[in-house]
Design a binder for this molecule. Structure first.
Ligand code: PMV
Length: 323
């Protein structure tokens, strides 16, 4: 009677921040997944068990979904269940358990992966056929219910997988590359607070006219990157990472830790490197030729970063087991 679905985490490749204002971005799904299991629960309640976020037992009456104080770690799950139950007029108690290959600290987009996998699991459990487009829309709405901000690029990566060119709110979702990318990823050890950084950039945009021009430059480079993926030109793609990083620095979203890992990666042979995501911490990424890979990994470790052994272009949301 159980259903399990899984969805991948993500790494932003180009276009963060500008994507919130309508520019395109390119994002890749990573081979680190979140799994969500849905099974019966006689109580007529929603019962959630998420040991990976320190929550073993959480109960909520179906009539109270989305009301009362929501623990932050539960808000995404609860808002998604609320939307799904309202749409399909469901009143049945269920038990939801989540587990993850990765820590919520890395910035791989665990909330987006959870809502994507949960939507897929619920649709199978209740025999409601949902295409990826519908899964994306419902999962993105749940993220907006909780966070109020966000382009939805992370939800798109979790639902569709691969390496995609994305325009908010999902007007364009296009795969640009098949398979693993020659990337080296380093974690700074610092957790970024995405909504705070989005608001900080919004404030800058309100006060400084030049921010619009920076977003224009980012749009141009994302569109160039899209073509270079088709040509598999990772040397030029590396240069575009450097360019994107410079532009992000002018928006004040890089950090000492990110700058350090980016610098040593480039010095030890990466084609180019940049922060990935909102900035302020989380991960940096680089395009690095196979011959330089070990040097770059070593340099990241020596500089105090953590090398993240991930493959990219992973498959999107999928059922792992059905009723
Ligand atoms: O911090 P992350 O990995 O969730 O990335 C945020 C990217 C932004 O463009 C800053 C916000 C967004 O929702 O697109």
């Amino acid at each position: 009677m159980k259903v399990t679905a899984s969805a991948p985490g993500k790494l932003m490749l180009y276009g963060e921040h500008a994507v919130v204002y309508g520019s395109p971005c390119i994002v890749t799904a990573v081979d680190q997944r979140v799994r969500v299991t849905v099974e019966p629960n006689g109580e007529g309640e929603i019962h959630v068990c998420s040991p990976n976020v320190g929550l073993d037992e959480y109960h909520k009456k179906i009539s109270r979904l989305g009301k009362d104080d929501l623990p932050k770690s539960m808000a995404f799950v609860e808002m998604l269940v609320k939307r799904f139950y309202e749409k399909y007029q469901i009143n049945e108690g269920i038990r939801i358990s989540t587990e993850s290959d990765f820590s919520t600290q890395f910035g791989f987009g665990s909330s987006a992966a959870v809502v994507a996998a949960l939507t897929k699991a619920l649709s199978s459990y209740f025999y409601k056929k949902m295409e990826n487009r519908e899964i994306f829309e419902m999962a993105y709405q749940a993220v907006l219910d909780v966070q109020g901000v966000g382009s939805g690029f992370d939800v798109a990566a979790s639902v569709y997988g691969g390496t995609i060119y994305y325009v908010t709110p999902g007007t364009v979702i296009e795969n640009v590359y098949e398979g693993n990318l020659p990337m080296v990823v380093g974690y700074t050890g610092v957790k970024a607070d995405t909504p705070t950084l989005i608001r900080q950039v919004a404030e800058l945009k309100r006060n400084e006219g030049w921010v619009e021009a920076v977003f224009g430059d980012i749009t141009d480079l994302v569109n160039r990157a899209k073509i270079l993926f088709v040509k598999q030109d990772f040397e030029q793609l590396g240069k575009l990472m450097n360019k994107n990083q410079k532009l992000l620095s002018t928006l004040n979203v890089s950090s000492v830790e990110l700058d350090k890992l980016i610098k040593v990666s480039k010095e030890s042979g990466a084609n180019g490197a940049k922060l990935s995501g909102a900035g302020g911490g989380d991960c940096m990424i680089s395009f690095t030729a196979e011959s330089k890979r070990e040097n770059v990994i070593e340099a990241i470790k020596v500089a105090g970063g953590v090398w993240m052994d991930v493959r990219t272009g992973a498959p999107g949301v999928r059922l792992e087991s059905e009723k």
